[in-house]
Design a protein around this ligand. Structure first.
Ligand code: BES
Ligand code: ZN
Length: 632
């Protein structure tokens, strides 16, 4: 016995020593942004003035960025900005009296993910200043990771080229030299010159009545993080949706967009009632060509949207609810670093569901909830446990590929769990106060946890402890008492998939015309693995799956087609891969094809045929996956 106690004692000493050692060696700082070179503890940017010419022939933006800076550390003499593939031509320091001083600068060592630091030495005459401006003359590269220069043939109209940006997560630095971290907020203004027949729009005060002419001025008076800087130039026109809302698109897509997104104004009004005042003035949508790599991007005042939402039946507008909701979670209260991305995406997914519930109904929310939940469970199968935390340790890798499903879906479930525990009324009050407290600020997970603890968990009747919340934030998987979405209509669809696959009913007996597209997706996802080819043919013929106009139904169907090698639908599958460029729609189909044991070559061949129309970010992601053989 004594021996045992002694051993235990030695073990405890040993473990304590170990953990102290780990703590000493581990300098990981969860509040630090490991994806920026900027020395934001010494200088911060407060305002940006852009002056750029848009050159479609050279595929370049050319001009200057003037950064109004404030010095935080008196002894600091060097400013480090983020850049990627920018040609820097000149750097000057502008003093308040109008004097311009030449500044010495150099580019530091490049990193494949972070880009290249631009290191500027403050001239001696400017070293004692707290406030000054830095003017950088530069040209972007045709390979800028943020910009897609679409030739006319890849637009709906086919007559004019089109340019759009996608700055999240760390691509703003490839079109503007700046402190490219969400922890710094800036206001901005811009002068943009374009060919006279095209219109420029930005994540700023777009005036729907602006006349064309090739010379455009913008202002964004609310401070935003750099990933929300956005621009698009093309043959685009405006149509109103409501008093404060509207949609920009090429004329060929404008009517369809007005129909599809008709509920936007109501969404905005309901969102204000739920989450607090909308702080951004107008809310418009910009419907882009198919190569836009995301469903939507919450650029403030002007969400960028994929045309794959134009299903003709308004069934995919939860993406609009999502991007609009970012006007609170993300744009108003911003994740401090990409590791805290769940505070943007998980919170927004929760708000999206709340909005969908008031605009449509609870059944629709439950259906989407079940589909998301299933995606999350699939994700847990291959994401390493450490990365299953909502806020994992993150100091390397590519912030574009972190966490996707986990940030969104596990994040939403966490907030749903809190709502269930405290009741909707108390939780709504908490959220309202949260947006008010942190408006126009950035927030880390740890700050959120403290705020949650003080304002909700420590209430008298608290059903949730800090340790419970920490489990969600820092542990893999889901806690045992996590909410589990369920939907009666989806259960029915799932049951019918089994019955039909056993041959007990015919395709004609599947009441697909009464189903939501979400139920159809679930039916397709629920097909058992052993359904024979001729049965799939009957399904395709009877339900017209290969020709569907609904991009989500097509996605579910073609994943099955690829996994089961249902070759009669391969032609339709290929045309789907050519029709859409949104990563979520095409990526899993390529993976399923390349991973089915027989079609790796075919997947590469189809990719070769389609890649010219894809966005560089989607293209490189697919290329990496197919070439790296990460396909099983
Ligand atoms: N902000 C994201 C898009 C994004 C995320 C861009 C990470 C770059 C890096 C946007 O709000 C979003 O979440 N889009 C989703 C739609 C949503 C309904 C899940 C998408 O694109 O699928
Ligand atoms: Zn989002």
């Amino acid at each position: 016995m004594r021996e045992k106690i002694r051993l235990l004692f030695v073990l405890v000493i040993f473990l304590t020593a170990c953990s102290e050692k780990i703590e000493q060696e581990d300098s990981y700082d969860p509040a630090h942004d490991y994806f920026s070179f900027a020395n934001t503890d010494q200088f911060v940017t407060e305002h940006l003035a852009l002056n750029l010419r848009v050159d479609f022939e050279a595929e370049e933006l050319r001009g200057s960025a003037t950064l109004a800076m404030r010095k935080l550390d008196e002894s600091a003499e060097q400013i480090v900005l983020d850049t990627r593939d920018l040609a820097i031509n000149d750097v000057q320091v502008l003093l308040a009296d109008g004097v311009a001083l030449a500044a010495e600068y150099r580019l530091g060592e490049s990193d494949p993910i972070k880009g290249t630091p631009l290191i500027v030495s403050l001239p001696a005459a400017a070293r004692s200043l707290t406030n000054f401006e830095l003017k950088v003359q530069y040209v972007t590269s045709p390979d800028s990771t943020a910009l897609q220069w679409l030739p006319a043939n890849l637009t709906a109209g086919g007559k004019h080229p089109l340019l759009f940006s996608q700055s999240q997560a760390i691509h703003a630095r490839s079109w503007v030299p700046l402190q490219d971290t969400p922890s710094v907020r800036i206001t901005y203004e811009a002068t943009i010159r374009t060919p006279p027949e095209l219109l420029a729009v930005m994540s700023a005060n777009n005036d729907p009545l602006t006349s064309r002419g090739g010379d455009y001025q913008f202002e964004m008076p609310q401070p935003i993080p750099s990933y929300l800087l956005a621009i698009a130039v093309g043959n685009i026109f405006f149509a109103p949706l409501g008093e404060q809302t509207g949609v920009y698109a090429e004329p060929e897509l404008l009517d369809a967009s007005v129909y599809e997104f008709a509920d936007t104004q109501e969404m905005l009004e309901q969102a204000e009632a739920l989450f607090g005042p909308y702080e951004w003035g107008r809310y418009d949508l910009l419907v882009l060509p198919p190569s836009f790599p995301y469903g939507g991007m919450e650029n403030p005042r002007l969400s960028f949207i994929t045309p794959s939402l134009l299903a003709g039946d308004r069934s995919l507008v939860s993406v609009i609810a999502h991007e609009l909701a970012h006007s609170w979670s993300g744009n108003l209260v911003t994740n401090a670093t990409w590791r805290d991305g769940w505070l943007n995406e998980g919170m927004t997914s929760y708000l999206e569901s709340r909005l969908m519930e008031v605009i449509y109904d609870k059944d629709r929310v439950d259906e989407e909830g079940v589909l998301s939940y299933q995606e999350l469970l699939q994700n847990f199968e291959w994401v390493p446990p450490k990365m299953q935390a909502l806020a994992p340790r993150l100091d390397a890798g590519d912030p574009d590929s972190f966490q996707g499903t986990i940030h969104y879906i596990k994040g939403e479930l966490f907030l749903q769990y809190l709502e269930n525990a405290f009741g909707r009324e108390a939780f709504d009050e908490f959220l309202f106060a949260y947006f008010d407290e942190f408006a126009f600020k950035t927030i880390t997970t740890e700050r959120f946890l403290d705020y949650l603890d003080e304002n909700l968990l420590q209430t008298e009747s608290s059903a949730v402890s800090r340790a419970d919340a920490e489990q969600w934030l820092y542990q893999p998987g889901l806690p045992d008492d996590a909410p589990m979405p369920s939907s009666t209509t989806l259960n029915e669809a799932e049951a019918l998939a089994t019955i039909w696959s056993k041959g007990e009913i015919d395709v004609a007996d599947i009441p697909i015309q009464d189903w939501s597209p979400q139920a159809t997706v679930h039916f397709i996802n629920s097909l058992p693995a052993d359904v024979a080819g001729d049965r799939l043919k009957a399904l395709d013929d009877g339900l017209n799956l290969s020709d569907t106009r609904n991009a989500e139904i097509g996605r579910a169907w073609f994943i099955q087609v690829a996994e089961r090698r249902y070759t009669p639908a391969y032609e339709a599958l290929e045309s789907y891969l050519n029709r859409y460029g949104r990563g979520r729609l095409i990526f899993p189909i390529y993976l399923a094809l390349a991973g089915n044991g027989a079609d790796q070559e075919l997947a590469l061949k189809m990719f070769e045929g389609a890649r010219a129309a894809y966005h560089p970010l989607a293209e490189s992601r697919i290329a990496r996956a197919l070439e790296a053989d990460e396909v099983d």
